[in-house]
Write a protein that binds this ligand. Structure first.
Ligand SMILES: [Fe+2]
Length: 245
């Protein structure tokens, strides 16, 4: 029986020496996977008798659903045309799954609103189970995109062309989505990719704004991860620590 694991290429000596390709999917999917897992855990342990916890947890769920919705639209509007130009019909399966995801997102939004209006154990459990199925489906879906779609993109385009597609995605992201995405990317990326992301931001963001982004990263990361990021950016690890007074 073939499983999603069969689509994960084993490490290959010949590939190890090659620089990594421009990857439109994996970094943002790392962020989404972490955001989904964190939210699923919160919904699963929700205390429906704590109004503040209910509000905070459902706010996070609504933010996750918004981000999933926008992410899917970026893929439909910007990435899929690039794939279809190479192979007509090449996005058919994934596009059909996106349609199912839109329906799931709408259903989850309505269940989230129902729990918010009248929190009870049965409604919270129903929401948790539906969210778990949505996360499971998305994990399979993201694996398909990172394997089959990336294979098509990497065969058909050079990294400079894929870089243009990536810039088009970035240009379509509004400030709220940018901030949410940066939060989960910061937490989800391995150290080298996190450092690369912040080095890129440093090149494009005014110094004051970048200093604020670093304060945000310092607050999110544990000491070890922050120290690695500060070192990679050649900043003192204590420089961006928040004031205690
Ligand atoms: Fe997708």
């Amino acid at each position: 029986m073939n499983t999603a694991l069969d689509t994960i290429a084993p490490p290959h000596a010949a590939n190890a020496a090659r620089p990594p390709r421009q990857d439109l999917y994996t970094p943002i999917h790392r962020a989404l996977r972490l955001f989904m897992c964190d939210t699923l855990g919160r919904v699963g342990r929700l205390d429906v008798d704590e109004p503040r916890e209910v509000a905070q947890t459902l706010d996070q769920l609504d933010t996750l659903l918004d981000l999933c919705h926008r992410h899917l639209l970026h893929e439909n509007r910007i990435v899929h045309p690039a794939i279809e130009a190479l192979q007509p019909g090449g996005t058919q399966r994934v596009a059909a799954e996106h349609q199912q995801h839109l329906e799931s997102i709408a259903a989850l939004r309505s269940e989230s609103a129902a729990v918010r209006a009248a929190p009870d154990v049965a409604a919270a459990l129903r929401l948790y189970r539906h969210l778990a199925l949505f996360v499971a489906e998305n994990f399979m879906h993201m694996q398909l995109e990172e394997s089959a779609h990336n294979a098509l993109l990497w065969d058909g385009y050079g990294d400079a062309e894929l870089g243009v597609v990536h810039q088009r995605i970035l240009a379509s992201v509004g400030p709220v989505e940018q901030a949410q995405t940066l939060r989960w990317l910061t937490l989800a990326l391995p150290p080298a990719e996190r450092a690369q992301l912040y080095a890129e931001l440093q090149r494009h963001v005014p110094p004051d704004a970048f200093a604020n982004l670093l304060v945000g990263a310092r607050e999110l990361l544990d000491v070890g991860a922050w120290t690695k990021l500060a070192g990679a950016l050649q900043r003192p690890a204590v420089a961006a620590a928040p004031s205690l007074v």
